[in-house]
Design a protein around this ligand. Structure first.
Ligand code: SF4
Length: 236
């Protein structure tokens, strides 16, 4: 076991692109993709962020803030891996809009001490709510199509906070039924829910019948523009 303590930030890659998904799809953004995840989803499209990698050099908050300041992008997207393993509130500078793509299972306003599936130990202090509530949070709860069992109590936390949206990845119509069940159980406003279709190829995204079905059930649809344009290519 090796200890990694905030304020060290382990970053897998940084790049500029358009946001592919969710309520800001199409928006020119700077992406900071953090290393490490507390889950291990079967269809994860960024497994390289949680395969063991001891070659990464940790970065400081000041280094990352310099990168953010020098980018022409106004929109900064923290993604991963799981970005909430790190103190994101310490990366804020004026004039930028922040977004977080999270699996939702880590409560940002609580201190974190966690041993990850690969044996890495991560520790960080609680993030300041007054700062992070201004972020656009994109919470992507994982369904039974990704992991077999999960503690979904964290959905109470996110459903009670109007800080962004929920994005679910679906493979089949049974997933839409499961999402209906989850959002009813946790009183999640359907207006904050976007459904996207699983897959990393152009062909995987062309599911008009599935999209017809989610329209019939009154859901928003999220495109996956990066997949349509570039497939599984990294840094896109
Ligand atoms: S939570 Fe996201 S980054 Fe982590 S394993 Fe699942 S899909 Fe991959």
């Amino acid at each position: 076991m090796h200890m990694k303590t905030s304020p060290a930030y382990y970053v897998a890659e940084i790049f500029e692109s358009i946001q592919g998904e969710g309520n800001y799809a199409g928006v020119y953004s700077l992406f900071i993709r953090f290393q490490h995840c507390n889950l291990a989803c079967s269809w994860c499209d960024s497994k390289y962020t949680w395969y063991k990698n001891d070659t990464l050099i940790p970065q400081t908050a000041d280094e990352l803030k310099d990168i953010i300041a020098s980018s022409a992008a106004t929109h900064i997207i923290f993604t991963g891996g799981e970005p909430t393993l790190y103190a994101l509130d310490k990366l804020v500078i004026p004039g930028k809009k922040y977004h977080v793509e999270t699996n939702g299972t880590v409560i940002p306003t609580e201190p974190l001490h966690i041993e990850l599936p690969d044996g890495t130990y991560i520790e960080r202090v609680a993030m300041k709510e007054s700062i992070i509530k201004r972020f656009n949070w994109v919470v992507s709860p994982k369904l039974s199509n990704a992991i077999n069992s999960q503690n979904t109590e964290y959905l109470h936390y996110w459903s009670a906070r109007n800080w962004g949206i929920f994005k679910f990845i679906i493979q089949q119509s049974a997933d839409i039924d499961e999402i209906e069940h989850v959002i009813n159980r946790y009183s999640i406003d359907k207006n904050r829910v976007y459904l996207a279709v699983e897959g990393c190829t152009l062909q995987s995204q062309l599911r008009p019948k599935l999209v017809d079905e989610l329209i019939t059930k009154g859901f928003h649809y999220s495109p996956r523009l990066h997949v349509l344009l570039w497939g599984a290519k990294r840094k896109k």
